[in-house]
Design a protein around this ligand. Structure first.
Ligand code: GLY
Length: 384
């Protein structure tokens, strides 16, 4: 995922960190955001490693770039550091890799006070979190996300898990990290396509409940975020993490409002499933188009002003997102009926009712389970 060809991270001096609290009672933790934070991780994490023992589970691709500054910082803080590497692709997010990881952690004699660190994107974070939740019936873990998507979404909120042959993330646990360390500098090695995929989740927060944030993104700041301009990026990271934290605190186990985080995901997961999880469509790309589809459906149902759909479409088009399925993956055969059928297998579908997050306008999302297939098919056809 990251470009590792002799690139090194920018040697930016640590900036004043932004702290986003996640006040979950006995499971409360902070998200810390600061350029250069990787080099300050030891000072940040030493108080959490009660026996001074840390094991990093890292994306193998980060070995030359992000791992050394993290290891050095932890060692400089007097911590004993071991590393377990994994191939961080969706195909490796499975029970076989989990078994290998657990074996290595046990061989390293991890104990219940060993602090497990996840260094990488969503695959590493989800696997490390799941391993931490079952190893010795639970060890503390910290997320150090290095992709934009993981920084604004998967590292926050405690969803962990892996894929099975039946689908993605069907096995897992809720297990909150003890801290999330976000160093925007780690994105310097991330391909722009992956940055855009992460941006889809940033846009999602604006569309859910923050019209002011949307207007900020749509007036040039979204482009600055994609260019990794430090101030804009830090503001977008902090705003996104605050949004996510608020929904997680209100509904940690997704029995209510947390489901709003699935805006764009019923369509998005169907797009990914029909694409065959072959990496032609990234999760964030599917979510971006899925958000447009959710707004199109909301307009079709007479819920949302057409101007709001136009504003979201224009913003995405200006940033270079595909606004139709045929542009997203031109060589795929997209059938509305197949996409609709894929939604029946979505884990959000319950008692045969598909779940959609719809909108009464930008920043006014809500959950609906009473949508007929006919307007959904019309949306799929319109955005083919
Ligand atoms: N990524 C959606 C959630 O954490 O609930």
């Amino acid at each position: 995922m990251h470009c590792i060809a002799m690139m090194s991270l920018p040697d930016s001096p640590p900036a004043a960190p932004v702290t986003v609290p996640v006040p979950l009672g006995s499971r409360a933790y902070d998200i810390i955001i600061a350029p250069g934070l990787l080099r300050d991780a030891g000072r940040q994490l030493a108080p959490l490693a009660s026996t001074g023992r840390v094991i990093i589970l890292a994306d193998r691709a980060l070995q030359p770039t992000h791992l050394p500054p993290l290891r050095n910082s932890l060692a400089a803080a007097g911590l004993r550091v071991d590393t377990v590497l994994m191939n961080a692709t969706e195909e490796h997010k499975n029970f076989i890799s989990l078994q290998e990881i657990l074996d290595q952690l046990l061989d390293l004699k991890a104990d219940r006070k060993t602090l497990l660190l996840a260094l990488g994107g969503g695959v590493v974070g989800d696997m490390a979190g799941f391993a931490a939740s079952i190893l010795l019936r639970g060890v503390p873990f910290v997320q150090v996300p290095t992709t934009l998507l993981a920084q604004v979404d998967s590292s926050v909120g405690g969803k962990t898990g892996l894929n099975t042959r039946q689908g993605k993330n069907l096995v897992g646990s809720f297990c909150q990290p003890r801290r999330v360390l976000i160093d925007p500098g780690t994105l310097a090695t991330l391909p722009r396509r992956q940055v855009m995929a992460g941006y889809a989740e940033i846009l999602k927060y604006a569309l859910i409940d923050n019209r002011t944030f949307f207007e900020w993104l749509a007036t040039g700041n979204g482009a600055a975020v994609l260019d990794l301009a430090p101030q804009a990026l830090t503001h977008a990271l902090a705003t996104s993490c605050r949004s996510k934290a608020a929904l997680v605190v209100a509904d940690e186990h997704e029995t209510g409002v947390r489901a709003l985080l699935n805006l764009g995901h019923t369509f998005g997961h169907a797009i990914e499933a029909v694409a065959g999880y072959d990496n032609t469509v990234l999760h964030g790309e599917a979510v971006a188009l899925g958000c447009l589809m959710a707004f199109d459906l909301s307009v079709r149902l007479g819920l949302c002003p057409p101007d709001d759909l136009r504003a979201v479409t224009t913003h995405q088009a200006q940033l270079g997102f595909a606004t139709r399925l045929s542009a997203l993956a031109p060589h795929k055969h997209w059938s509305p009926a197949a996409l609709l059928a894929a939604m029946d297998h979505d884990k959000k579908t319950s008692a045969g009712r598909k779940m959609f997050v719809l909108a009464r306008g930008i920043g006014q999302a809500f959950v609906a389970r009473d949508v007929d297939d006919t307007p959904v098919l019309a949306t799929l056809e319109a955005l083919l």
